[in-house]
Design a protein around this ligand. Structure first.
Ligand code: HPA
Ligand code: ZN
Length: 335
């Protein structure tokens, strides 16, 4: 069966799982390296792309943290975010929820404000230029200590009006959600929403911890949840959404073949799954490419695609009035 390309391209989409630093295309990496007088260990864009061969999450993370080293000034963060919005505007993406990793920058001596101002200014201008609404989610790097995460939260609180939630990313194995229970409790007490990467490489027990201890409002990845029947039932009953990232799972060998991807099983089980790009510059595509790859491999129907679109609207952190608009657009598209 040929993929429903025109339908996927035209469908109004909502993205809920995308690390802005993971949208750094090699071309922009080179341009920023030049602008900031930084030496890259690559001679060409082709050489960079050739290096994007990963056998697990950590392989990717090593190159991801190296890549973000070219981001130095507020303008760099602005340009990065603007480039992402421009890309997804052309894919009919209508609302985005963006992760950023402040510790990946403050550890290099870049001020928190530099990062936040560059990204949030691009999001504000992007709303006018591209008619895309947004939410910003601050992620804690789980390979670092909880003290470091608590310091980062303290640094972020004066800018709370620009940040809607906190998340947990980076190396999952050996860094369970329980390590961050206090910082999430504090963030929630400050009125921030909570998400966490869990069950990407880690066991279902990490997903259960994220629900019980971090009180997450949405689950990032969650693929391995299906290995645990009790947990699967809990996700069904609570309706907590999963932000699934098909091309990421393929690139990081969470699945060896897209035909084995658990997305269809998730939908069949009534889980609120959504499709997202994770780190589009590293994993081979943005929203449309992710939808196409998984639709082709799993033979998803138009009804499945609309369910995925609908799930993303419901699971978004957009204000109620914006959700009504997004739903109306999707309904008008569905006809
Ligand atoms: N998993 C965990 N941490 C990350 C990822 C991911 O896919 N992308 C950026 N940080
Ligand atoms: Zn992610």
């Amino acid at each position: 069966m040929s993929v429903d390309t025109a339908f996927i391209e035209a469908m109004p989409k909502v993205e809920l799982h995308m690390h802005i630093e993971g949208s750094l295309e090699p071309e922009l990496m080179f341009a920023l390296a030049k602008r900031n007088d930084i030496d890259l260990p690559f001679k060409s864009v082709a050489e960079v792309r050739d290096a994007y061969q990963f056998s697990e999450l950590q392989d990717f993370l090593d190159i991801y943290y190296q890549g973000m080293g070219v981001l130095q000034t507020e303008r760099d963060f602005f340009d990065l975010t603007h480039a992402y919005l421009e890309k997804v505007a052309a894919q009919n993406v209508r609302h985005v929820e963006i992760f950023f990793d402040p510790q990946g920058h403050t550890a290099r001596g870049i001020a928190f404000e530099t990062v936040l101002n560059g990204i949030s200014r691009a999001l504000e201008e992007g709303e006018k230029e591209f008619d895309i609404t947004s939410r910003l989610i601050l992620c804690f790097l789980r390979h670092l200590s909880e003290e470091d995460a608590l310091d980062t939260l303290e640094e972020a609180l004066p800018f709370k009006s620009k940040i809607h939630g906190v998340g947990l990313d980076s190396s999952e194995m050996g860094h369970p959600p329980s390590k961050f229970a206090r910082v999430f409790e504090k963030a929630k007490a400050e009125g921030l929403l909570a998400v966490a990467h869990a069950g990407e490489e880690g066991p279902p027990a990490y997903v259960t911890e994220a629900l019980d201890l971090l009180k997450i409002d949405r689950l990032d990845h969650g693929n391995r949840s299906l290995e645990d029947a009790v947990l699967t039932r809990r996700l069904q009953e609570t309706g907590i959404a999963l932000t699934v990232c098909p091309l990421s799972n393929l690139k990081l060998k969470g699945v060896t073949d897209m035909r084995h991807h658990p997305l269809k099983k998730m939908l069949e089980a009534g889980l609120k799954a959504t499709v997202n790009s994770d780190d589009p510059a590293y994993f081979g595509g943005y929203m449309t490419e992710n939808f196409k790859a998984v639709t082709e491999a799993l033979d998803l129907s138009r009804a499945d695609l609309l369910t995925l679109g609908q799930n993303a609207i419901e699971a978004s952190f957009a204000p109620p009035a914006r959700k009504v608009e997004l739903k109306a657009e999707l309904d008008a598209f569905a006809g």
